[in-house]
Design a protein around this ligand. Structure first.
Ligand code: ADP
Ligand code: MG
Length: 735
């Protein structure tokens, strides 16, 4: 018997095990969970015209023509076997003496499986596809006992294969493991299986690897998706349960105090959503267990004021609140705007300060020693009721007198570990936690990635917002191009402001020109080395000031500037002392200057869909309509162009984030914000398996409530332990 943890060597031998290891398959369990990508119908030929260059494929086809000939070049002999699916053709090329074997084994009319890497070559006027030295396996028409035994099933599994390892070799190894594996206790409780009509685990493995028909494969897939969804949801349910058992200090609202004075001073009415979410949060803060809440709201929905009101409630109750921002620019802005909004309320102990007043401290990584010392002191003594900062807040020596609430702005930039690090700072009980994000995530993703949080949403924007018009501007079109700069001049002429965004800073050493501003974030996505380097802030800014924007007040902003310089530039821009800011993605999130109306994004195709939506959210925040121009040299009908057109066609962040998700692999979605989850999802897709995820979540909550330690569910406990191990292993690898 083979257990699932057993290394593959024992079951399949050293040679095969080594090749499987190259596909990251180490144990019997790994191999069983290496599922076929699809199934070839016995007798049904593969569509050869669909094969893409560079792909490792296994195709079923019929030999049409065999042509061997001597050649003068080495190695002296060339065999070309043409196979067909009835319409398309593929050439199998063999060189040298070894070619006599396939020549003998593949007479015209033979059907078989052929595996190798697809390459294209020029032949006459057309392009032909070929496999050079493919592996092959003939399948005789059923009269051969051998073939009948090996391909007894109607469906032949096609595995994701690789160099030196064919799909049928993998199938052979799987067969051995299937026949000898001891799967242990089924992780899905029997009652759950009955209730959702799920087949047993060993039937499922058999059914997915060696199905008799597609219906059987379907039943197997459904069951195995459940495993993935359920184990994950049980882990999250346990996490929620553990959190619910933690103690936190209740922070009840005060009748009179900072919050009441702040509300009275507020220059606008709260939206209905802001008020409702505010009440949810206020109620959470009164409880003796820590709040763990996610607040979603599209760009410009007005999350800051909701977070600030929660902080004021906590300060009124004698505690402190920390606001964690993903970038220094954003932390500085939050600090500035909170101080401004609070006015005299933020001047405790100073002349003219309010009696309820507090102080607002700022802590960032690159601020000067004096300012930093002051911030640290105010946080530790409790003089600052509100401490705003970047990840510098997470450092060990940052101390609070009584941290009651942590607000994390733009969560998608932070991982769970960081969320946890800040929680550790509270003495006496855990702090309440509010996470805010403008990246609207589909519900199923939220249930998975943020499954341990309660969620609230701001669904409308504050009234009086002006629409943002978005246009894609082809870089090659001179007229459009001139018009873009013209628009900026017009707006500036009316006292309004503009952003020009570039993918790169432009001070990196030659050769190191990946897109993005590495101080702050990952920046744009794929980087094809063959393309010209993305446009850079430090190149574009002088060209604009000497050219089309001559005479306007232009400044640059990027992540590698000194902290004070960033602050100065943003202050001047906010005070309308500058007309145009040429910046990297440092302004992507949160930056709030309502007087800016135009944004020009250079090389827009280098940014992701959600990123563009975020960037665009910087304009149209005030009374005047916003304009966003996406400049690109991506050709029409290209993938890149399609994405830009999508961004231009809608202002709905939810729709765009869905699009973003669809274009990425599932693993990337989870891997980005949550370490370790990647490897646990193979069949489950977050966007399509909503039903399963919802049902699994409900079942998991029920089961954990009844049996928190999983004493009665040893199979499940074992799966969970494996998941946690995997996470830990990946976490360790990263650090
Ligand atoms: P986001 O949700 O993107 O973080 P902000 O909190 O930065 O949005 O709010 C965007 C702008 O809207 C800010 O200038 C803020 O002062 C303003 N705002 C917030 N709530 C309201 C409201 N109820 N009515 C009018 N303006 C509001
Ligand atoms: Mg914000």
């Amino acid at each position: 018997m083979t257990t699932l943890e057993q290394p593959l060597v024992k079951a399949v031998g050293a040679k095969a095990a080594k090749k499987l290891a190259a596909l990251d398959l180490e144990t019997a369990g790994d191999l069983l969970r290496h599922y076929p990508r699809r199934y070839a119908q016995r007798g049904e030929l593969t569509d050869l015209d669909s094969l893409a260059e560079g792909e490792y494929v296994t195709v079923m086809a019929e030999v049409e023509k065999v042509q061997g000939r001597r050649i003068t070049r080495k190695p002296g002999y060339l065999l070309e076997v043409t196979v067909t699916d009835g319409s398309g053709r593929l050439t199998l090329t063999f060189f040298g003496k070894g070619a006599h074997v396939p020549e003998r084994e593949l007479p015209p009319g033979t059907r078989g499986l052929f595996a190798g890497k697809v390459s294209f070559y020029r032949a006459g006027r057309g392009i032909k596809r070929q496999l050079v030295h493919p592996e092959y396996k003939a399948i005789a028409g059923g009269d051969s006992a051998d073939a009948a035994r090996e391909f007894a099933e109607e469906l032949i599994p096609v595995y994701p294969a690789g160099k030196g390892l064919t799909s049928w070799q993998i199938a052979d190894c799987v067969r051995v493991v299937l026949d000898t594996a001891d799967l242990g206790a089924d992780p899905l409780p029997e009652q759950l299986r009955k209730g959702h009509r799920l087949i047993g685990l060993s039937d499922a493995y058999r059914g997915i690897h060696r199905p008799q028909d597609m219906a059987e494969a379907g039943r197997a897939r459904k069951r195995l998706k459940w495993d993935e969804a359920f184990v994950l949801q049980v882990a999250l349910a346990q996490r929620r349960r553990a959190a619910a058992e933690l103690a936190a200090t209740p922070r009840p609202p005060a009748g009179a105090g900072l919050l009441a004075e702040f509300d009275a001073m507020l220059p606008f009415e709260l939206t209905e959503g802001q008020r409702a979410v505010g009440e949810e949060i206020a109620a959470d803060l009164v409880r003796t267990h820590p709040m763990h809440r996610l607040l979603q709201g599209d760009v410009g929905a007005g999350k800051t004021v909701v977070g600030l009101r929660a902080m004021l409630q906590v300060v009124d109750a004698g505690g402190q609140a920390a606001l964690l921002a993903p970038t220094e620019v954003l932390a500085q802005q939050h600090h500035r705007s909170i101080v401004a909004m609070l006015g005299p309320l933020a001047q405790a102990g100073r002349l003219g300060g309010s009696e309820h007043g507090t102080r607002v401290a700022l802590l960032t990584g690159s601020q000067g020693a004096k300012a930093r010392r002051e911030g640290l002191l105010d946080a530790a003594s409790g003089a600052a009721g509100i401490v705003v900062g970047t990840h510098a807040l997470l450092q060990e020596h940052v101390q609070f007198a009584d941290l009651g609430l942590v607000v994390i702005d733009e969560q998608h930039r932070f991982g769970v570990e960081q969320r946890d690090a800040l929680r550790e700072k509270a003495t006496g009980g855990r702090p309440h936690v509010l996470v805010m994000t403008a990246t609207p995530i589909p519900r199923t993703v939220a249930m998975t990635v943020y499954g341990d949080l309660d969620t609230s949403a701001l669904t409308q924007l504050p009234a009086g917002r002006s629409p943002i018009a978005t246009h894609v501007v082809p870089a090659g079109n001179r007229a459009y191009w001139d018009r873009a700069w013209e628009r900026i001049r017009e707006e500036a002429g009316q006292g309004r402001q503009a952003y020009v965004v570039c993918p790169r800073i432009g001070d990196e050493p030659a050769g190191d020109v990946t897109a993005g501003d590495d101080d702050e974030d990952e920046g744009a996505e794929e980087d094809e080395s063959a393309r010209r380097p993305p446009l850079a802030v430090l190149d574009v800014a002088p060209k604009l000031t000497e050219g089309p924007l001559h005479g306007l007040r232009v400044a640059v902003l990027h992540g590698r500037m000194h902290s004070d310089d960033k602050d100065t530039v943003m202050r001047r821009f906010a005070a309308a002392e500058l007309d145009v800011l040429v910046a990297t993605t440092v302004i992507e999130v949160g930056v709030d200057v309502p007087n800016s109306t135009v944004m020009v994004v250079m090389d827009a195709d280098r940014f992701g869909v959600s990123q563009l939506h975020q960037l665009r959210g910087r304009v149209g925040r005030g009374r005047h309509p916003g304009l966003c121009l996406l400049v690109t040299d991506a050709v029409e009908e290209s993938k890149a162009r399609e994405r830009l057109d999508a961004v231009a066609s809608t202002l709905d962040g939810f729709e765009l984030s869905r699009l973003d998700l669809e274009q990425r692999r599932e693993g990337d979605v989870l891997g980005e914000s949550q370490s370790g989850r990647r490897s646990s999802l193979r069949l489950l897709t977050l966007l399509q398996d909503e039903e399963i995820i919802k049902a699994a979540r409900a079942e998991a909550s029920e089961l954990v409530a009844a049996d928190p330690e999983l004493r009665d569910h040893p199979g499940l406990a074992a799966e969970l332990a494996a998941l946690v191990d995997e996470e830990r292993a990946e976490y360790l690898e990263k650090t």
